[in-house]
Ligand binder design. Structure first.
Ligand SMILES: [Cu+2]
Length: 172
């Protein structure tokens, strides 16, 4: 009787480390959300994903109550040289030990069909779906709305630190 119990205990100890292992290896830093300018009911989230584990993973999707639809997008130059957004097929690979930056003018999490755009300083709840780590839900601080010609253009690094600044402000 006690022998059986011991086996169960050993199994439980052996299996426990795997339960949360993959999720703990993925970290998300410097996340911020930016609404599109004007009446367009869209926005995008940017962040740095890091896989601190020893197993390759992949961001395969995202969800948020803020928007009717959330997609993984990237930018690429069209034949006319104008940068356009398109959905990423097959997700974003995140090899073990590597980071991937979602940045303006590059890969991003796209929000479409936003009912009411969040104000600067508010938080957007975003669930990232990884192939191995599963769902990771984060709170993304809202930065100032994008200016001018929309998110297809990168207006430089002058806005780069805002996400972090808002994150600090929000903790007050
Ligand atoms: Cu997009």
């Amino acid at each position: 009787m006690s022998f059986r119990l011991n086996i169960a205990a050993v199994l439980a100890v052996a299996l426990t480390p795997f339960a949360g292992l993959s999720e703990e290896t993925i970290s998300v830093t410097d996340a911020f959300f930016r609404a599109a300018p004007g009446p367009s009911p869209t926005g995008a989230a940017f962040m740095t994903l890091t896989n601190g584990g020893t197993t390759d993973d992949r961001l395969i999707g995202a969800e948020s109550d803020l928007a009717a639809k959330v997609e993984l997008h990237t930018h690429e130059a069209g034949a006319d040289g104008v940068m356009k957004m398109r959905p990423i097929e097959g997700g974003i690979p995140l090899p073990a030990g590597e980071s991937h930056e979602l940045a303006r003018g590059a890969d991003h999490v796209m929000f479409m069909g936003i009912g009411e755009k969040p104000a600067e300083g508010e938080m957007v709840t975003l669930t990232l779906i990884f192939e191995r780590a599963g769902e990771i839900t984060i709170e993304v601080p809202v930065g100032e709305a994008a200016m001018g010609h929309g998110m297809a253009h990168n207006h430089g690094a002058d806005h780069g630190d805002h996400g972090e600044a808002h994150m600090k402000d929000h903790s007050n």
